[in-house]
Each structure stands twice: as C-alpha cells, then as structure tokens.
Write a protein that binds this ligand. Sequence first.
Ligand code: NDP
Length: 281
Amino acid sequence: MPAKLLEGKPIAEKIKEEIKKEIEALGRKLVLASILAGDNAGAEAYVKSQKKTAEALGIDYQFHKLESNISESGLIEFIQKLNADKNVNGIIIQMPLPAQIDYKKISQFIAPEKDIEGMHPQNIGKILFGKAKIAPCTAASCMELIKASGVDLYGKEVVVVGHSEIVGKPLALLLLEQFATVTVCHIGTSKAGKLEEHVRKAEILIVAVGRVGLIKGEWVKEGAIVIDVGINRVNDKIVGDVEFEGASARASYITPVPGGVGPLTVTLLMRNLVEAAKIQR
Ligand code: NDP
C-alpha cells in the first residue's frame, strides 16, 4: 500500500489558530524585524511568504533592506539597534548574506530573547538541556511532522541524513529528548560507503542534504516514516533528496516535496516570535 502523505499545510493551519489565541492573550501587536542584505531572488520570495503569514496573523512585519556592500560591523550595529528597540519582538536575518559577512559570527549578536530562528548559542544550548522554547524552525517542523504521524519516538531507530547547524544537529538533540535512538549521517558516512546500511535500518528517516536522488527508494525500510527536507530544482520542478516513488511504495508515511516541511517552517517562525514575546514579558 502506498504511503500516506504527511502534508505541512494542515498542520500549519492548526498551529496558526493556536498562535492567534496566544497573540490575543498577550494583548499587544507583535513586531518581527526582517533584514535582507543585498539582492537575492530566493530570499525575496521567502520574505514575501513570511510577510504574508505574519500579516494574516496580525503581526507587524518590518522589512529592512540593506546594501549588499554593508560591512560586518555595520550589520552588527544595525542588529544592536533592533535589539534595543522595545517595540521589536523578533529579528530574522535572511540568507544568503553577502560574502564579506560571516553568519555564524553575526547570529551571535542578535539578543537571545529576540532570536526567533533559534540560532544563538544560548538558544541552541537550551536544546541540549531539554529546555528549548525557541528551536530552529526547520528542525522543529520535522518534529511536528513526526508528531502528526502519531508515532511514539521512544526507543525508535531514527536516522538523520545531514548534520548542518540549522537542521541535522538541532534535530538530533530534539529527537534524543524524546528518547529516540538517533544516528546522524553526513558526508563522511557517504564517503565510507555506509549511508545505505544506516538508512535501511531507519524506522524514521529524515533527510536534509540538497542532493537529488541521494536516498534510493529501495533503501527505505518497510513501514518507515520519511521526512524529506531537501529542496532541489530539476528543470522547472522542485524535488527532494529521496526517490519519492520508490520510497512511498515502502514507507507508511512520507512528506511530499514541495508541500511537506516547507509550509511549516514560516509558521513555526511566527510561533517562535510569540515565544520570544512571552520571554520578553
Ligand atoms: P547544508 O548544505 O548546510 O547541509 C547539508 C548537509 O548534508 C551537510 O551536513 C553535509 O555534510 C551533508 N551532505 C552533503 N553531501 C552528502 C552526502 N553525499 N551524503 C550524506 N550527507 C551529505 O544544507 P541545509 O541543512 O541548510 O539544507 C539541506 C537541504 O534542506 C537543502 O536542500 C535545503 O534547501 C533544504 N532546506 C529546506 C527547508 C525547508 O523549509 N523545506 C529549510 C532549510 C533547508 P558536510 O557539511 O559534512 O558536507
């Protein structure tokens, strides 16, 4: 039997209803400050989608377009002004940043209580201690999708492919918190020729790499839950990292690409904004 689709949109709609109630309870207009340095079509499309989601929730989306030649110190100064602005509840820096700017350095200058992407070391540290209120949105989206499948993570074999700071690493910590048995694969695993071996044992498989067809359909364990985070453009189509047809013939649940993880991430950014506002209060 083909796998059931785990779609992000209906989950996002439910979370949006909860966000609306939380904002009402806070009793104030929330403000999200978004920074884009330079021109980038992909980032501008993401900004549009964030603005639309924010406005539908009654959130004030302040967009700050900065010059592409802005210096690192200039950007830090700009962030610090937003940190000090009592009206601003959350700050997001759009990627990619111009070459002269190091994101890892810059992200540490956002006040942790306004870091709605959950990338400040203090917020990442809280995940380690199981006390995260604000988690990186893509990792949190994967957790919401797994939750929607109804599976109990306790003792499950979970394989995460990709170990980036925004997806794989925080996700591994969130999964451990639920007592899953977590294996994290990366380029070293592939180079050692061991990716297939790990993927085959996954009861829950999460792939965040950005390589078309990296995960062969026949590697997927019968009845597995497959979360495909990858976004790859092939001709005019967007596809994930997992061979969809082969995988969905074996899995119990699978996320479509597009339509799985993507629709959830922006909504979870808004949920992080609400959490940030609560912390500030
Ligand atoms: P990164 O490039 O930061 O990380 C990719 C990861 O994959 C790295 O850990 C890398 O290891 C690993 N990797 C590369 N090649 C292989 C391989 N052959 N086998 C195993 N692992 C490999 O990407 P991101 O984490 O930012 O994003 C991953 C994908 O998810 C992309 O397609 C991105 O577009 C998508 N994405 C989707 C989102 C959504 O909302 N749907 C949000 C964020 C990302 P190493 O670094 O050691 O080379």
